[in-house]
Design a protein around this ligand. Structure first.
Ligand code: NAD
Length: 320
């Protein structure tokens, strides 16, 4: 049976946006395990791009001053780049990070189980696809599991561990131990629901925001202020159910009783969103969405936001 100590070789499949970041997390924060990490992609170009981005990430981590240069060099040396699936045959853990298409993931899971040992844990970084449906194409679905990292993996502590119908408790336990030991904050999604939990919560907020825009109840800028300086400002220092407890369960029951019937219950995105898309208003990638980005350097802006998120994280630790 697999346990945390038996994990020596880890295969990360997909060197796009997320895969390299996951490799970095395991290489840097898993120093005491000294994992041998193989990053695999079907595209040589993706591997070359990943190498460049990872080097930039290592430089960023170095600038924070938590790790010595030697530690970071050892972390770099733990990551290997492979272009043959066969090179992953001795892996005790595979984390699949390929595009969000169920057939792609199912095909990969079918292929990899013929290469690795029957004990090898097969994880997917899917953002919301059914783990059960992915696992059911394999011979032993009990070792299949979801490990949903947030972007960027190096910075974001949350990882959803998603249990498929047949995922074993041992598989959950090994992945929980592993993610906790590399400084992540794993949470268990006990039932395999679409979007898991984080993206469902995000979608619930987006649905109501779209409704408020669509019905001309508030301007976008004021909605930003409402979310950021109301609910948003409380969250880094207060837990959500703690807020409910502070209000009083009798009070919240009264509020929700009159509010629930008026909340949006649409089962599809609003028409105005389709109209915006049809006009080529796609967000940052087209220069405008709900806000205008035409004169903004978004790469620079995202770097600043990442640095600020790091500071916020340090501060939040005392409110755990
Ligand atoms: N991008 C995000 O913000 C984000 C956040 C959380 C989770 N996810 C999830 O992570 C997964 C990967 O997302 P991404 O944004 O990194 O995708 P991506 O498109 O940036 O990268 C996917 C990589 O997989 C490679 N690939 C495709 N088919 C392959 C195969 N059969 N074998 C090996 N490599 C293959 C591609 O060449 C590409 O480099 C998806 O399931 C996605 O939903 C993404």
């Amino acid at each position: 049976m697999m346990n945390l100590e038996s994990i020596k070789n880890i295969g990360i499949i997909g060197a796009g946006v997320m895969g390299p970041g996951i490799a970095e997390v395991l290489a840097i924060f898993g120093s005491s395990f000294d994992f041998h990490i193989n990053l695999f992609d079907i595209s040589d170009q993706a591997i070359e791009n990943a190498k460049k981005r990872m080097e930039q990430d290592f430089v960023k981590v170095e600038s924070v001053g938590i790790f010595s240069n030697d530690d970071l060099q050892r972390a770099r040396d733990r990551i290997h780049y492979v272009t043959e699936l066969e090179s992953l045959k001795d892996s005790q853990l595979i984390i699949e990070v390929i595009p969000e298409k169920i057939e792609l993931k199912q095909n990969f899971f079918k292929k990899i189980e013929d290469i690795v040992s029957p004990d090898t844990i097969l994880a997917t970084n899917s953002s919301g696809l059914s783990i059960t449906q992915i696992a059911n194409v394999t011979r032993n679905p009990e070792r299949c599991i979801g490990t949903h990292f947030m972007n960027p993996p190096l910075l974001m502590p949350l990882v959803e561990i998603v249990k498929g119908e047949k995922t074993s408790d041992d598989t959950v336990s090994v992945m929980t131990d592993l993610l906790s030991s590399v400084n992540k904050r794993p949470v268990l999604v006990k039932k395999d629901v679409p979007g898991y939990v984080h993206n469902r919560l995000q979608a619930a907020v987006f649905r109501e925001l779209m409704y408020l825009v669509d019905n001309d109840i508030m301007e976008v800028d004021d909605l930003e202020t409402t979310v950021r300086y109301g609910l948003g400002l409380r969250l880094p220092v207060m837990k959500v159910f703690e807020m409910v407890d502070l209000m009083g369960l009798d009070t919240i029951n009264n509020v929700l009783s009159y509010l629930y019937p008026s909340l949006d219950r649409s089962t599809k995105p609003p028409e105005f969103l389709k109209d915006m898309i049809a006009k080529g208003t796609l967000g940052v990638k087209s220069g405008a969405g709900f806000h205008d980005y035409s004169s903004k350097d978004m790469t620079e802006s995202m770097k600043e936001k990442e640095a600020a998120t790091f500071q916020l994280l340090m501060m939040m630790q005392q409110y755990d």
